[in-house]
Design a protein around this ligand. Structure first.
Ligand SMILES: Nc1ncnc2c1ncn2[C@@H]1O[C@H](COP(=O)(O)OP(=O)(O)OP(=O)(O)O)[C@@H](O)[C@H]1O
Ligand SMILES: [Mg+2]
Length: 330
């Protein structure tokens, strides 16, 4: 049984320019203790998908146009797409069972409260512990994410911590309630490369220790190799390819995925090729696309690609791609 199952999710934004189809029919699932990598260029709908799961898409301008977000527990599921985002049930799930680390830690850490206060507040709210117990627990989680001298750090404010330490504090806050799913939205992009690697290792360790499933969002396919079990590649609000991580690296199918792989430095160097960025830009997601969104940039585009969006097709039972190259007709 999966832990989370997203079915045909569509999130639209009503703007002055028209309807932005930020997420346009996305289906995936995450198993218990699995890490799902979600990869794609800026604007393809990664954060909006994550926020929708957390009930954090602001409405208006956003709305869940259709779809289901099924969260499984005790052998039953609950459709979070139908919950009131501000209601009791959603609040209980958010924080207790599903936690999120945001792209920029300063946006979710409150600058006027100490790190300790913020973690304690989360613990008291969700676990109904006394203040003293919550403080001990906060020190414990700060230590578990590798923050040195947590007894002192607990009294510091977010600005007193380095970027890497802030990100660790965010992870500590997210993990303090032992969620079964952690959504990490580009948790390392703002950090320098060494710290990035440390935070990734830390997340891998914590995943083993706390048995947390992780939805790891990044625009960097290279990061995914060390982090994920399964990968989905998004483009313009849709999934264009999905596979177990080894399969995706060994046998990529969608020209967009191949383009992303070719733009990873280490990956290309080992193949004695030069770094090849994907040419062109992501089209504007306003209005209904007629054909494949990647067609204008695709080196293998055919006539039909302009006219009709390809459905996802199973190449093997676990490997799917949405590309006319793998459809028999035409
Ligand atoms: N509040 C909003 N109003 C209108 N459009 C929005 C809003 N929030 C997001 N969008 C649009 O939804 C699309 C998907 O955005 P999203 O933030 O999910 O991208 P992303 O894949 O997370 O990109 P990045 O890698 O830059 O974080 C974009 O076209 C974005 O402009
Ligand atoms: Mg984002």
């Amino acid at each position: 049984m999966p832990l989370l199952e997203v079915r045909n999710l569509k999130i639209y934004f009503d703007t002055e320019e028209g309807v932005v189809r930020a997420v346009d029919g996305v289906t995936f699932s995450i198993g218990p203790e699995r890490t799902l990598g979600v990869v794609g260029e800026s604007g393809c709908g990664k954060s909006v998908t994550a926020k929708a799961i957390m009930g954090l898409v602001k409405s208006p301008p956003g709305r869940i146009e259709s779809g289901e977000i099924l969260f499984y527990r005790d052998g039953r599921n609950i459709d979070m797409a139908k919950l009131n985002p501000k209601g009791e049930e959603m609040r209980r799930i958010r924080g207790n069972e599903i936690a999120m680390i945001f792209q920029e830690p300063m946006t979710s850490l409150n600058p006027v409260y100490t790190i300790g206060n913020q973690i304690m507040e989360a613990i008291i709210l969700h676990q109904h512990l006394s203040k003293k117990e919550a403080k001990e627990k906060a020190i414990e989680v700060l230590a578990s994410v590798g923050i040195p001298s947590p007894e002192q750090r607990i009294d510091e404010y977010p600005h007193q911590l380095s970027g890497g330490m802030r990100q660790r504090a965010m992870i500590a806050m997210a993990l303090s309630c032992h969620p079964s799913l952690l959504i990490a939205d580009e948790p390392t992009t703002a950090l320098d490369v060494t710290i990035q690697a440390q935070v990734q290792d830390l997340m891998n360790d914590l995943r083993t220790e706390f048995k947390t499933a992780i939805m790891f969002i990044t625009h960097d396919l290279g990061v995914i190799a060390h982090m994920a079990d399964d990968v989905i590649i998004m483009y313009l609000g849709r999934i264009v390819e999905s596979a177990p991580v080894g399969e995706l690296f060994d046998n990529p199918k969608h020209p967009y995925t191949i383009g992303l792989l070719n733009s990873i430095p280490s990956f290309t160097v080992s193949r004695a090729k030069r770094l090849v960025p994907i040419e062109g830009v992501v089209p504007d997601p306003v209005g209904a696309p007629r054909g494949c969104g990647f067609e204008p940039r695709c080196p293998q585009a055919k006539e039909i690609c302009k006219r009709q969006i390809p459905e996802l097709k199973a190449i093997t039972p676990q490997h799917i791609a949405a590309c006319w190259l793998y459809h028999n007709k035409e």
